[in-house]
Design a protein around this ligand. Structure first.
Ligand SMILES: NC(=O)c1ccc[n+]([C@@H]2O[C@H](COP(=O)([O-])OP(=O)(O)OC[C@H]3O[C@@H](n4cnc5c(N)ncnc54)[C@H](O)[C@@H]3O)[C@@H](O)[C@H]2O)c1
Length: 486
């Protein structure tokens, strides 16, 4: 299966737009195809709308944004992409027809994934050419912020297609959940549907309003669910003996008529109650306003969970580690070559450790790059240097790290939105416990010096909270880079 550089989208509504925003943000080009030409404007608006929240999700070094192109020619899209995500309306015959047609134009090593909320992959792949590359990859709205994607294979789906898809989704910061066998509604929608049916009953029977039912979730179970699912939470509900006690205690309730599950009939009266209830909850706020509010708290929750390495926060951590590692990998050949030439007595001068493009969200009210982004870029260049020397996640887990003691930063020129920049770095000084690094930020188009910084780092034992000698091998690498860059 292919390495995914270009993602093809089939259908660019709510879900297609979400896929586009996520993929572009993490540097994947997108060719989006929809029957309706007017969807291009909608799609570009949806991508722009997602940018604010996505930009705050992580400060790890990102590659340049992907390029978005739009077409109404499905076949042209299928011929030029590495992976196709189908997001057309939830109708089996329509999806079967369109997937079969697309499969005749997409090379057989292009994975085709369907965003279907509940259709079965074996039905979807029925008439396709190379049906082994079809799988269901069911995302959640907003796709650009929620990491979950359920992966379901059909009878003909190959393990290679499922693995390639999981790899791609992980790359764009998602949590692929492999569903062991296909069932209508996959896993999450089955659970959501159970609650949804009970909600409709409770509103229909006049027991509660939509607002009260939402309160019953957001002040209680909803808070727990973000970090632990129902099962682990119920294990805690059993006290010290855990789940066994919980089942013994609450088992009899399962025989009581607490839930109905069979949905009530959707009468006009029930529909009116649901609509009026949610309109009163919206309290005059537009869908766009509510989406922004939702996006902001979704980002904040994931950042809190990251501290605990839990659920979506663990996915975010893994993504950030990948982004730092990729940035370091781009710098590594320069560092390795410099070490070799230093050993031969040659100097290579300052090394290009980071390349970046000023993202629109880095601009402040003065119209150019805001102060703290300079610190971040220099920090990212240092991270690449330190990773090369051996100070990586494993080193930090062993209780040793570099802490910043002093930073002197000088601004020389402005950096504007979309400007390409790069960082040149030198190691000025190394001893057993300290390293001094100099960075300059250069504008790629005219080589103008934008800013420079000198930073002093101390090597510490994080367990003792004290300055400590660095590992001899780490020091050796830093000394070699010092020799090469001075
Ligand atoms: N909306 C959700 O919350 C959600 C969540 C997860 C999965 N899904 C699934 O994603 C899929 C898309 O849902 P949506 O909410 O984005 O729908 P949508 O109606 O917003 O978008 C569908 C798009 O497909 C286009 N389209 C229709 N026929 C087409 C064709 N033959 N070729 C190309 N484009 C075509 C339409 O013009 C439209 O822009 C569905 O299968 C749905 O079950 C939806």
């Amino acid at each position: 299966m292919r390495q995914v550089r270009t993602l093809g989208l089939l259908g660019t509504g709510v879900i297609g737009g979400g896929w586009a925003a996520r993929a572009l943000h993490f540097g994947i080009d997108v060719v989006a195809a929809d029957l309706k030409p007017q969807m291009e404007e909608w799609l570009r608006g949806a991508v722009a709308n997602a940018e604010g929240a996505l930009a705050r999700l992580t400060f790890a070094p990102l590659p340049a944004k992907g390029r978005l192109t739009f077409t109404t020619d499905m076949h042209a899209m299928a011929r030029q992409v590495d992976f196709i995500q189908e997001n057309i309306p939830e109708q089996l015959e329509l999806k079967q027809r369109v997937l079969a047609e697309i499969s005749r134009h997409a090379p057989p090593d292009v994975v085709i994934a369907s965003s279907t909320s509940g259709l079965m992959p074996s039905d979807l792949q029925r008439d396709m050419v190379a049906p082994e590359r079809l799988l269901v990859a069911h995302p959640f709205n907003p796709v650009y912020l929620l990491p979950l994607v359920e992966l379901v294979g059909g009878r003909a789906t190959s393990e290679a297609a499922l693995e390639a898809a999981a790899h791609f989704y992980r790359y764009i910061g998602m949590h692929p959940l492999r569903v062991r066998r296909e069932v209508p509604g996959h896993l999450t929608d089955r659970l959501q549907e159970a609650i949804w049916r009970e909600i409709l009953h409770l509103v229909n029977d006049g027991v509660a309003t939509t607002g009260e039912l939402d309160e019953s979730i957001i002040y209680g179970p909803g808070l727990r669910w973000a970090g632990m699912g129902t099962n682990l939470i119920y294990h805690l509900a059993g006290g010290e003996p855990g789940m066994r006690h919980m089942l013994r205690q609450f088992g009899p309730c399962l025989k009581w008529p607490w839930t109905k599950l069979e949905a009530p009939e959707l009468t006009e009266e029930l529909i009116d109650r649901m609509v009026e209830g949610t309109q009163s909850q919206a309290a005059g706020r537009s869908i766009r306003e509510l989406e922004r509010l939702r996006d902001n708290y979704l980002v904040a929750i994931q950042q809190v969970l990251r501290e605990y390495d839990l659920g979506a926060g663990a996915t975010l951590r893994a993504l950030e580690e990948r982004l730092y590692e990729d940035a370091a990998a781009r710098a590594r050949p320069h560092l390795a070559a410099a070490s070799v030439s230093a050993a031969a007595g040659n100097r290579s001068g300052p090394l290009r450790l980071l390349e970046t493009c000023v993202r629109p969200e880095w601009i402040d009210y003065n119209g150019h790059m805001t102060d703290w982004r300079y610190l971040q870029l220099f920090g990212d260049a240092t991270d690449a240097l330190f990773r090369y020397a051996g100070i990586d996640e494993a080193y930090r887990r062993s209780g040793r790290a570099m802490y910043t003691l002093e930073t002197h930063l000088t601004h020389k020129a402005e950096a504007h939105s979309q400007e390409r920049l790069y960082v040149l770095s030198r190691v000025l000084e190394v001893d057993e416990k300290r390293v001094r690094v100099q960075h300059t930020l250069q504008r790629a188009r005219d080589e103008v010096l934008v800013a420079s910084a000198e930073v002093l780092y101390l090597h510490v034992s994080t367990q003792e909270g004290k300055v400590a000698r660095m590992d001899a091998e780490v020091r050796g690498h830093l000394v070699a880079i010092q020799a090469a860059t001075n």
